[in-house]
Design a protein around this ligand. Structure first.
Ligand SMILES: Nc1ncnc2c1ncn2[C@@H]1O[C@H](COP(=O)(O)OP(=O)(O)OP(=O)(O)O)[C@@H](O)[C@H]1O
Length: 246
């Protein structure tokens, strides 16, 4: 890659407690305003990459660089302040609170009211359903709509990179389509996205770049379109079957 990536995880080794390493010398780069997708088998370490990037899990070695600044070892709150916002796997809206309250939870670190108002307008514009259902109880929204509330909440702090863990999990095909459209809109709005997805084909269709993880390392990486056309990847993860093979 010619220019400096916005986010780089370089030679990361990480694991949980005393258990064996999960990430074993992994390097991932996220250019500005791009979508980078991590795909790979269950247990390859995809979610762990996002946890390292957001400070939930400290790497045992390696460096995390954001816009050239070494932010390795910072805690989640500091990572958020630096510009890394993590949307966790599963649902994290509070169903008994309104959409507005859920979104505004993402703004608790913002001091200026005018800035909060500006960001509210921004996310309402980006996610029309958030604007339409602003006063509704979040629990009354569909799963796909709730995911958009989570996206809106994550964007309140104007992150440089949003870390999305399996945003289409549990959604029907129509809601899944909306989620991927919204991921593309985040990029158009200038936010880089590091995306983990089981729905590898659809995710790579949205992404600019892809990384295939296996056993805690990047096994294959490149333009998402090239990975989609790569037969090895196709047969392993994308459900491609050539005539004569099964
Ligand atoms: N909190 C944890 N404590 C201990 N081990 C964990 C923890 N979270 C994940 N692991 C282990 O780390 C390995 C990688 O998990 P991770 O969730 O990063 O994989 P993944 O590629 O995202 O897989 P999946 O698609 O199944 O979510 C797995 O062996 C998993 O059991």
């Amino acid at each position: 890659m010619a220019s400096e990536p916005l986010l780089e995880l370089r030679d990361i080794e990480a694991g949980y407690g005393r258990a064996a390493l999960v990430l074993r010398g992994l390097t991932v780069q996220v250019p500005a305003a791009s979508v980078v997708c991590l795909v790979g088998p269950n247990g390859a370490g995809k979610s762990t990459v996002l946890k390292v990037a957001s400070g939930m899990l400290a790497p045992r070695s390696g460096r995390i660089l954001l816009d050239g600044t070494d932010i390795t070892g910072r805690r989640p709150q500091q990572m958020l302040a630096a510009g890394l916002s993590h949307v966790l796997q599963g649902h994290s809206v509070f169903p008994e609170m309104s959409v507005a309250e859920n979104v505004l939870l993402g703004a608790y670190t913002l001091r200026e009211k005018s800035r909060v108002a500006e960001r509210v307008e921004f996310v309402k514009d980006l996610f029309p359903v958030v604007a339409q259902r602003w006063q509704s109880l979040a629990g009354a929204l569909s799963g796909g709509q709730q995911k958009q509330v989570e996206f809106a909440r994550s964007l309140m702090v104007s992150p440089r990179v949003v870390l999305l863990d399996e945003p289409s999990m549990g959604l029907d095909p129509k809601a899944t389509e909306t989620v991927f459209t919204q991921v593309a809109r985040m990029r158009e709005a200038g936010t880089a996205v590091l995306l983990v997805e089981q729905n590898a084909r659809r995710a790579l269709e949205t992404a600019d770049l892809g990384c295939v993880l296996d056993l805690g390392r990047v096994h294959l990486s490149g333009p998402a379109a090239d990975l989609l056309a790569d037969d090895r990847l196709g047969q392993l993860y994308l459900g491609n079957h050539r005539a004569g093979t099964s």
